[in-house]
Design a protein around this ligand. Structure first.
Ligand SMILES: Nc1ncnc2c1ncn2[C@@H]1O[C@H](COP(=O)(O)OP(=O)(O)O)[C@@H](O)[C@H]1O
Ligand SMILES: [Mg+2]
Length: 257
């Protein structure tokens, strides 16, 4: 059965989507069967994986289907061992569309139960808010991974993300904080101090050993529909490859799969 990992932070631009895609690719390269589910109405991972928005069905149609017994996820192959479920801009209106659905925030969990035996890992790419999709991901997850872009702590979105996780833990007793992931790491005082700052604020949660260094190639892979491992465009991808391989190995070790 899959280990289900939500990539969550209330702030945008901290590397959630970059991590969702490249962690998925890194795990697939370690021989794990991986499914990425895009839950963000900005559809960044869906677009990055080359989804054809003119056809096919997305997570939105599966969620609003009231026929619980027959609702299912449309799964698209990306590469060996790496499949995805597409998001839709319609997710922006999901709260309204599901306002009278019983257990709206449980629906994703039910949908995932139908396919979780086909994968070793399921990764949720969350939007930067506490809306229905983020809440649903925490109900349907075993772990939450919180990226921190090593900027000013007061603006990092982590306190809000942590309080959302703690609220979700009351409903989902299986939910654990996998850890904080330092992203866009570079040679600055803020980056060097990020681990201590996180440890002081949240001694009960782990700061991952892996750091994702700033790597220009990581910022360019989306539009080529590549991961850092397959990217052949301008810029050197080697640091990103090393870091996301290290992250995949650390996640496998922590989650024991
Ligand atoms: N380690 C990194 N080095 C350089 N650019 C990065 C790195 N991680 C993310 N980026 C870039 O930062 C921007 C925001 O990243 P993204 O993963 O989309 O964040 P989020 O999903 O949290 O909004 C994107 O342009 C992405 O390519
Ligand atoms: Mg994103």
């Amino acid at each position: 059965m899959a280990q289900k990992i939500a990539i969550l932070n209330r702030k945008g631009g901290v590397g959630k989507t970059t991590t969702a895609i490249n962690l998925a690719a890194g795990l697939a390269r370690q021989g794990k069967r991986v499914l990425l589910i895009d839950l963000d109405d900005q559809c960044n991972s869906t677009a990055a994986l080359g989804y054809d928005f003119s056809q096919g069905t997305t997570i939105y149609e599966a969620l609003i289907d009231r026929d619980l017994a027959n609702a299912s996820l449309q799964i698209y192959p990306y590469t060996d061992n790496f499949d995805f479920v597409a998001a839709s801009q319609d997710l922006e209106g999901i709260e309204t569309a599901m306002h009278d659905h019983f257990g709206a925030d449980q629906k994703l969990k039910l949908l995932v139960m139908g396919i979780e035996f086909d994968y070793d890992a399921i990764i949720y790419d969350c939007p930067p808010n506490a809306g229905l999709m983020s809440r649903s991901s925490l109900i349907a997850a075993d772990y939450v991974l919180i990226p921190h872009d090593c900027g000013q702590f007061s603006e990092c979105g982590i306190p809000k993300a942590v309080s959302l996780c703690r609220e979700a833990m009351m409903l989902n007793r299986d939910l654990k904080v996998l850890g904080f992931l330092r992203t866009k790491y570079k040679n600055t005082t803020l980056c060097h101090e990020a681990k201590d700052t996180l440890n002081e604020s949240y001694p009960e949660y782990r700061v991952l050993n892996t750091t994702i260094k700033e790597c220009a190639a990581l910022g360019k892979t989306f539009k080529d529909h590549q991961t850092i491992f397959s990217y052949k465009g301008a810029g050197d991808p080697s640091q990103g490859r090393v870091d996301y391989t290290s992250l995949a190995k650390e996640v496998i070790e922590i989650c024991e799969f």
